[in-house]
Design a protein around this ligand. Structure first.
Ligand SMILES: [Ca+2]
Ligand SMILES: [Ca+2]
Length: 616
């Protein structure tokens, strides 16, 4: 009997009739409601910017809630932790710095560039996967959770990296892919051969036979649109894969698997890592009765409640969080857990948990990363929707791009706007998670078909992920100082000659210098604990304020449009000093830092942005 079938019989004995299942995983929670009646529209499309499914949901009435948000409870205001006050910097190691001359970035390359990380003023780095991998999903197909890919270096290099980062006051967050392994993982090999205890480490299901023809167990699809099932000749069963067929899903209904993952987390925590970014957590569990998913109005299959966002996914996060809390007791240092979801707001917020069942420190918030040349109204609506839905005491994260979002922020907002977008990302209440190169205003790189690496990029039309993954631009020397090898794993963007760290550090004004100014300003108490309010000043002028009763008000005003705008902030906030000081101006603004403008009337050039300080 397959494990699934066994489970299903147990479940049948309970209240299957009224759509309740006993939660076999966490006995303390008596039952879960299946959400089979929810009407959700799923809009997944390979050609979209985001890698995973985007589920639209009607957030009724939220756009009307344009009020001031006291986003922290009193209790939380006093004790902000490192992951709340600092900035997390995402490093895609293959493209950061090559120390060996093979055209691929590595761990010693990161060590070499620690002075730059210190200069940036970030509190932690998040490294995308560095484990041994055949590279079908460029590291997100892991062969060994406890090793270092030889392209990246050795375990000694990793230990040196941790020590040197820590000596520099920088924390390190590892990327863990808990949903699946590579099909080259030893566990999978043993599972195929039914070697105990690995037999049920993956999701093996018998075929259905119709008129003697072998058929897949149900209609579920992988994220790439083909069947979620792959036949294995040796085992004579299908296995489930939500991603590539070379990435078999682990069987989370099996307690041994859950323990393996936690043991692996302990392994890295014992090495001194400060937290984890957990990949694709909404895909951990699949419905155990294997019921066919209903087809929605748009022709797509319903995923939520079938192959996505089962409540068990949250309980798993809760379990990991408990492990991290145990570790915190050892040295008093918080170890954080960040989760990746591209689910809609309602499901994303669940991963925060609540006071009795802690969840992630925060889910990665991609609401800004979904915007494309937005109007002021769209900014107000999206930000309001996000902040007003945060659970009490929850801490937000802010992302404008990452290694999966197929167009950089400079493309989605415009290069000239990048300073204004950074003002937003770094001065909103919460933790910015900055994708490497955004601080320079790095842009998408045009790649020919023959330069693409991933099968996914070659198989589907549209924008490949490699576009945002080209090497980091350090200076104007060959290969932008990234590597000594002329042919790097992906080509360097040709704009490196003037778009690089060295050039921007030497320039009088640059995106990088402005980024640094914002990082410094962010240290002020008001940006940690002040209230936030959003304003649609005109169709294309967006503003937000940070204020409280005791400190000066800060206004950030961004002209998203193509015309010169005249701005009167007094119209929107009567109790505002008549003179405002420019604390930070964007590269293309006419005002300079230190200038004083009238709150009643000042002009803002197209794509210009200012951070303004009131005199009281
Ligand atoms: Ca290398
Ligand atoms: Ca799964």
């Amino acid at each position: 009997m397959s494990f699934f079938l066994f489970l299903y019989f147990i479940i049948l004995g309970v209240e299957a009739g009224n759509k309740k299942l006993v939660n076999l995983h966490h006995q303390e929670i008596s039952s879960i409601e299946l959400r089979s009646n929810k009407i959700l529209t799923s809009a997944f499309n390979h050609l979209q910017n985001l890698e995973y499914e985007v589920i639209e949901d009607n957030m009724e009435g939220l756009s009307n809630k344009l009020k001031k948000y006291n986003f922290l409870s009193k209790k939380n205001k006093t004790n902000l932790d490192w992951w709340q006050t600092g900035i997390i910097y995402e490093i895609y190691p293959r493209s950061f710095m090559d120390s060996t001359g093979n055209g691929i970035g590595d761990l010693r390359g990161i060590i070499k560039k620690i002075p730059y990380l210190k200069y940036l003023g970030i509190c932690a780095v998040w490294l995308t996967p560095i484990y041994p991998s055949p590279g079908v999903d460029l590291g997100y197909d892991i062969m060994n959770y406890r090793g270092i890919d030889e392209l990246m270096g050795t375990m000694e290099d990793f230990e040196e990296l941790i020590n040197k980062l820590h000596e520099s006051g920088i924390k390190i967050i590892l990327d863990i892919v808990p949903n699946h392994t590579s099909d080259q993982h030893e566990w999978f090999d043993k599972s195929v051969q039914s070697i105990e205890p690995y037999t049920d480490y993956y999701l093996w299901v018998d075929a259905k036979y119709v008129n003697g023809t072998r058929q897949v167990p149900n209609n579920w699809k992988s994220l790439f649109g083909n069947s979620i099932w792959e036949w294995n000749e040796t085992r004579q069963k299908y296995y489930l894969h939500q991603f590539y067929k070379q990435q078999p899903d682990l069987n989370y209904w099996n307690p041994l698997v859950r323990e393996e993952i936690k043991d692996m987390m302990r392994f890295w925590l014992d090495k001194g890592v400060d937290g984890f970014r957990m990949d694709a957590i909404a895909h951990l569990y699949e419905r155990p009765d294997l019921l066919d998913a209903p087809v929605l109005g748009d022709g797509n299959l319903q995923k939520v409640g079938y192959t996505q966002a089962l409540d068990e996914c949250f309980y798993e996060v809760n379990d990991w969080r408990s492990l991290l809390e145990e570790y915190k007791k050892n040295d008093g240092q918080t170890k954080i857990i960040i989760v990746e979801t591209y689910l809609d707001l309602k499901y994303t917020m669940k991963y925060y948990g609540n006071e009795t069942n802690l969840g992630a420190h925060f889910p990665l918030n991609v609401c800004l990363a979904r915007l494309d040349h937005p109007s002021a109204k769209e900014f107000v609506e999206k930000l309001t929707e996000w902040i007003s839905n945060l659970p009490s005491g929850a801490w937000s994260s802010w992302i404008i791009g990452n290694h999966d979002i197929r167009r950089r922020a400079t493309t989605r907002f415009g290069l000239e706007l990048i300073d204004g977008i950074h003002m937003l990302q770094l001065l909103l209440p919460g933790t910015p998670v900055v994708y490497m190169g955004d601080e320079l205003g790095m842009t998408d790189t045009y790649l020919r078909y023959d330069q693409l690496i991933e099968d996914m990029s070659k198989e589907f039309a549209g924008i490949p992920r490699e576009t945002v993954r080209t090497p980091f631009q350090w200076d104007s020397s060959p290969q932008a100082g990234f590597s000594n090898k002329t042919k790097t794993w992906l080509p360097v963007n040709p704009n490196y000659v003037t778009l690089n760290v060295e050039f921007e550090q030497n320039a009088r004004r640059s995106h990088l210098k402005i980024f640094k100014e914002i990082v410094n300003l962010r240290q002020l108490e008001i940006f940690r604990t002040g209230d936030v309010k959003f304003y649609e000043i005109s169709e294309y002028v967006f503003a937000f304020s940070r204020s409280n009763k005791f400190l000066k008000t800060y206004f950030t005003v961004i002209n998203l449009g193509s015309e010169l705008e005249n701005i009167n902030l007094k119209k929107f906030k009567k109790r505002l000093s008549s003179k405002l000081t420019v604390k930070i101006s964007s590269l293309f603004a006419e005002q300079n830092n230190g200038d004083v403008v009238s709150a009643k009337s000042f002009t803002l050039r197209p794509s210009a942005a200012l951070v303004l300080e009131s005199s009281f």
